[in-house]
Design a protein around this ligand. Structure first.
Ligand code: F6P
Ligand code: MG
Length: 461
């Protein structure tokens, strides 16, 4: 049940795994400690202070373990729903492995689980999110793109008057393609990579204009968008609910990316293509910027009541508020549902979903389309292994395509790490695209400049 290619590991010196395990993770942890120290210095209650100092001590030891390549120890039973899943993997599959020689995906996820543990065993700080300040801050610095989107999509969706039905169908298709790209490129703003980005750099990553979109489509190296459109267009026809299908988003990052996901989901619902959207988030802080329930609530409530954008015009503020109110209404009506299954915060790849979280697999198999956002989800779909560039998406996601009941799966991912599959329309072409970039543009796999939109048709149960 494993792919034939080796999984990336921290000791692969040629890989981003090596840079991440050796440098990026200790830096991320160092910044997280700074955040807690900031919070500590704002406290006055002795019990809270003493408790938080202990959290910092645990983070310091985790940082040393990481830097000394310590062995992975079992997770303390802190009451989280994922403890058994974690310890099964540590004891059964990775016994005796350390941060560098365990598969990168697992070791990196383990670090975030241990970071969680630093707080979950505390008395007063069990829900503390060391990344929350960063997440909020980046969203409030994304004002231009935020208002561009709310300006264009804030008004309820309706077709221009006097369009023939074929013109309506065409305008729907174009809008779908545009918003798919908005949703895709929203993933470029990933805080774990953008720690030192200037405001200008963030803005250029987030430009959403039509021209920019035509230009960026060239950077989608494996592109199943037109087939994706056919699938979504036909949801209305095929769905048992007749009024549109069920679409699931396995979310990635909070703030601007989540905002783009919601703009996309809003369109899918208003256009009647979907009747129900399920959003899957994380139960606790994960890979720096991933969405938790708190981030979800923060976004919607900040849009309605917040004062994040003091320089915005009244009209801009109103537009954003209207959008936020509509989204909150979807939630009340049960058209948007936020979920957080424990499996998402484990080190398992999705090749193992059916065995390790059969209830989740079954749940997703009832969806008409499951959209996986971002780099980490893509790594998990593809087993994070050294597969050739031309490997078809279906082959690279293994059981998520071939198991009976596998839903239609789409990966919207800007490329930010080693594994790259699904390029080109035949093996020669696919490998040539990747090998050429290896020569011409070293670093192309971690820049977020390139992307893939890949679709698997699933397999009826
Ligand atoms: O640390 C590397 C990584 O796991 C990569 O997958 C990616 O660079 C980043 O963290 C997370 O990206 P995303 O938020 O798109 O999953
Ligand atoms: Mg992420």
């Amino acid at each position: 049940n494993n792919p034939p290619w080796p999984a990336y590991r921290g000791y692969h010196t040629y890989s981003f795994a090596n840079a991440t395990m050796g440098h990026r993770l200790p830096t991320i942890l160092g910044k997280a400690i700074d955040d807690v120290v900031y919070t500590l210095n704002e406290q006055s209650d002795e019990d809270l202070i003493v408790d938080l100092v202990q959290c910092i001590e645990r983070m310091d030891s985790l940082k040393s373990e990481l830097q000394e390549h310590a062995k992975l120890r079992p997770i303390i039973d802190d009451g989280e729903a994922d403890v058994a899943l974690w310890n099964k993997a540590i004891v059964k599959y990775f016994r005796g492995k350390d941060f560098m020689n365990a598969p990168w995906l697992f070791a990196e996820a383990y670090k975030y689980r241990r970071l969680r543990e630093c707080f979950s065993v505390s008395k007063y700080w069990s829900n503390y999110d060391v990344f929350f300040r960063q997440k909020c801050d980046t969203f409030s610095r994304s004002n231009e793109a935020v208002f561009e989107l709310s300006g264009r999509f804030g008004e309820p969706f309706k077709h221009a008057e006097n369009l023939s039905s074929s013109e309506k169908a065409e305008s729907l298709r174009l809008m779908f393609l545009e918003l798919t790209q908005v949703c895709l490129w929203g993933n470029s703003t990933d805080l774990s990579l953008l720690i030192n980005m200037t405001e200008e750099q963030i803005k250029s990553l987030q430009s959403t204009g039509g021209e920019a979109l035509a230009e960026t489509e060239k950077n989608i190296l494996g592109n199943h968008m037109s087939r994706l459109w056919e699938v979504v267009r036909d949801l209305n026809k095929d769905s048992v609910n007749t009024g549109g299908g069920r679409i699931d988003f396995v979310l990635d990052n909070a703030g601007f990316e989540l905002y783009c996901d919601c703009v996309y989901a809003d369109f899918l619902l208003q256009s009647g293509l979907a009747s129900e959207i399920r959003f899957h988030g994380k139960r606790y802080p994960w890979f720096v910027s991933d969405v938790t329930r708190k981030d979800w609530a923060w976004l919607l409530n900040s849009m309605v009541y917040g004062q994040l954008f003091p320089k915005a015009t009244e009209q801009e503020k109103e537009g954003l508020k209207r959008l936020g109110l509509r989204w909150k209404q979807y939630e009340k009506e049960g058209k948007w549902i936020y979920e957080q299954h424990p499996f998402w915060c484990t080190g398992y790849t999705f090749w193992e979903m059916l065995n390790e979280a059969p209830d989740l697999f079954l749940h997703l198999s009832k969806s008409d389309l499951v959209i996986f956002k971002g780099d980490l989800n893509h790594r998990k779909l593809t087993y994070d292994c050294a597969a050739p560039y031309s490997t078809s998406f279906d082959v690279s996601i293994g059981p998520m395509a071939s198991n009976a009941g596998a839903p239609k799966v789409c990966s919207l991912r800007t490329i930010k790490s080693d594994v790259v599959v699904g390029l080109g329309s035949n093996p020669q072409e696919g490998d040539a695209i990747g090998e050429n970039l290896d020569k011409e543009e070293p670093g192309w796999k971690i820049s977020g400049k390139y992307a893939v939109v890949l679709l698997s048709e699933g397999r009826p149960g």
